[in-house]
Design a protein around this ligand. Structure first.
Ligand SMILES: [Fe+2]
Length: 265
């Protein structure tokens, strides 16, 4: 199915935001070990948060309770299952079946990134503490807090088209830039760096060949020619990209503080 006029128009509208993300100063963090540890530790939140969208799409677009009956759009169900199987249990990362998040976290930890905050978040969720309210009790940087709350608001209050639109244009559409431009120089990272590069290449391949084109097709089927739906998609996509930019602004500030500390040491 060729991209619709609505989909192409939205892609053009967000091109400037996409460019700002792709060329963001925080993207040059992997050239130096101290900065890369901070970058990977913080970006593990992005890998984890992405699963909120995947889980929300599974609940919204497939039948997750019994008795089973066919629901919704078959192409959309297929997209959700294809995304779920690789995101939760990919076989292409060299360690049996593994979720992308767990693989990313493992590599970040091997490189001595600080992942304590995210692991504390996960520990509290497993204990049944109310997410995202407990974030205020943690020493969580405000830019991470805002990012996580924004996704949570979307998945709990957003419409179907907003969730699918953000998945398509604010995540899959920009993930290739992140991996091609954010991981430029990993030569210092040895074997873990090679696995991180393979992880990134896997994401570029998946988003280009599978996730983004199938998600665009599903979004076009969901929204059709309903301009009200496309307007909601556009607002949600712009908002999510701005929150993502805010995330990298906050990360760049943390990296600048690290630079100052290194210079004064
Ligand atoms: Fe992934």
């Amino acid at each position: 199915m060729a991209p619709s006029m609505h989909s192409r128009k939205l892609e053009e509208e967000i091109q400037a935001l996409r460019e700002r993300l792709a060329t963001h100063e925080a993207m040059h963090a992997t050239k130096d070990l101290v900065r890369a540890r901070c970058f990977l530790g913080r970006c593990s939140f992005l890998a984890w948060d992405f699963m909120a969208l995947v889980g929300s799409m599974r609940e919204r677009f497939t039948r997750t309770r019994l008795p089973w009956v066919p629901v919704g759009i078959p192409e959309l169900r297929r997209l959700v299952h294809q995304v779920s199987i690789v995101e939760e249990s990919d076989l292409a990362l060299g360690e049996g079946a593994s979720s992308h998040f767990e693989t990313f976290l493992k590599i970040a930890k091997e490189l001595d990134s600080d992942t304590d905050l995210l692991e504390e978040v996960i520990r509290r969720i497993r204990l049944g503490e109310p997410y995202p309210h407990f974030l205020t009790n943690l020493d969580c940087p405000s830019y991470i807090h805002r990012f996580l709350e924004s996704t949570w608001h979307l998945v709990t209050r957003g419409s179907h088209e907003e969730v699918l639109g953000v998945f398509t244009f604010s995540r899959e559409h920009v993930i290739g830039d992140f991996w091609s431009k954010g991981m430029e120089d990993l030569s210092w990272a040895g074997e873990a760096g090679e696995r991180l590069r393979a992880y990134g290449e896997r994401h570029i391949e998946l988003s280009m060949n599978d996730h983004e084109p199938f998600a665009r097709d599903a979004l076009e089927r969901l929204c059709g020619e309903d301009s009200g739906r496309w307007a909601r998609v556009s607002d949600a996509v712009h908002q999510a990209l701005r929150v993502r930019l805010n995330f990298f602004d906050g990360l760049a500030e943390e990296l600048a503080v690290l630079d100052e500390l290194q210079e004064s040491a």
